[in-house]
Write a protein that binds this ligand. Structure first.
Ligand code: SAM
Length: 265
């Protein structure tokens, strides 16, 4: 049996009791932390809680050579991830691979950043369009710095349909954890390059450290990048589309957005 377990949002105590029982009963424990991280804990703390070793998988172990899962044919193997267990396509792919190998699978869910965003911002889940990820800029083969423009386009398309965009921020071994302020600067860079003037006067919502006691939620105009200094990681960004009056009220009262967004209604 291969059991996929979501660890929740912040530290070792965010796992469900069901999840903890499954880890305690497991013969082998694997985890990946490249799609998300639990910033409030360490591998040592997880191992102390589970009373067994946790084997950390690299991206290639998960996406290219998941041969470790063969043990699940006759053992209880658990696979741990930050957040919920199936919130990334990678994990669905892994489950399908297990199915094709004749391995039985089971899911034990955890709190996800996706639903935490709705609660923390007051933005309603049915008003979100396609989500997007912003990667760190990279240097092309010709030596140019390249800023990916797809996130900007997706945000504009969602906005045309009145929809909000959830923007995941890059976690990268070389660059670290992207912050909301950096993401906004990258979006603004695309905007200036295209000479379009919509982003600056657009409300943005930044959320940092969801699930911790130190959670921070801030809404302001995207042009005020300096007001989005939210402290440490992890961070996530939302670019709202049309605001329902309750959503606008929540952003003003719960996230410090300027009052003028209420007058737009
Ligand atoms: C690709 S998503 C993976 C989502 C995860 N499987 C889940 O269900 O929560 C990871 C991104 O979500 C955001 N994120 C995840 N946990 C977060 C947290 N506790 N607070 C703020 N942002 C978070 C970050 O932008 C991070 O790079």
């Amino acid at each position: 049996m291969l059991t996929f377990i979501g660890l929740g949002l912040f530290d070792e105590n965010d796992i469900s009791l069901k999840g903890l029982d499954a880890v305690s009963a497991a013969d082998l424990v694997y985890a990946e932390f490249y799609t998300s991280r639990l910033m409030g804990t360490t591998i040592e703390k997880l191992e102390a809680l589970y009373k067994k070793p946790v084997h950390i998988l690299l991206r290639e172990d998960v996406e290219q050579n998941p041969d470790w899962m063969m043990a699940a044919k006759d053992k209880n193997v658990v696979f741990l991830t930050g957040g919920d267990t199936m919130a990334s396509t990678t994990h669905v792919d892994l489950r399908i691979r297990a199915h094709d190998l004749g391995i039985e699978t089971k899911l034990i869910h955890g709190a996800s950043i996706i639903s935490a965003v709705y609660g923390l911002s007051g933005l309603q889940n049915y008003r979100f369009g396609k989500s997007v990820s912003i990667p760190f800029p990279y240097i092309s083969a010709r030596g140019n710095r390249v800023v990916t423009e797809t996130p900007y386009d997706t945000i504009q398309k969602n906005k045309e349909n009145g929809l909000h965009t959830l923007v995941f921020l890059d976690i990268n071994p070389d660059h670290g954890y992207m912050k909301v302020s950096e993401a906004l600067k990258l979006l603004m860079e695309v905007e200036h390059k295209r000479n379009e003037g919509v982003m600056e006067n657009q409300i943005a919502v930044g959320i940092a450290r969801a699930g911790s006691d130190d959670v921070c939620v801030k809404a302001d105009f995207a042009g005020n990048c300096g007001n989005f200094d939210l402290g440490g990681p992890l961070q996530i960004l939302v670019i709202p589309g049309e605001l329902h009056f309750l959503e606008a009220e929540a952003l003003v009262k719960l996230a410090g957005a300027p009052d003028c967004i209420l007058k737009e209604e």
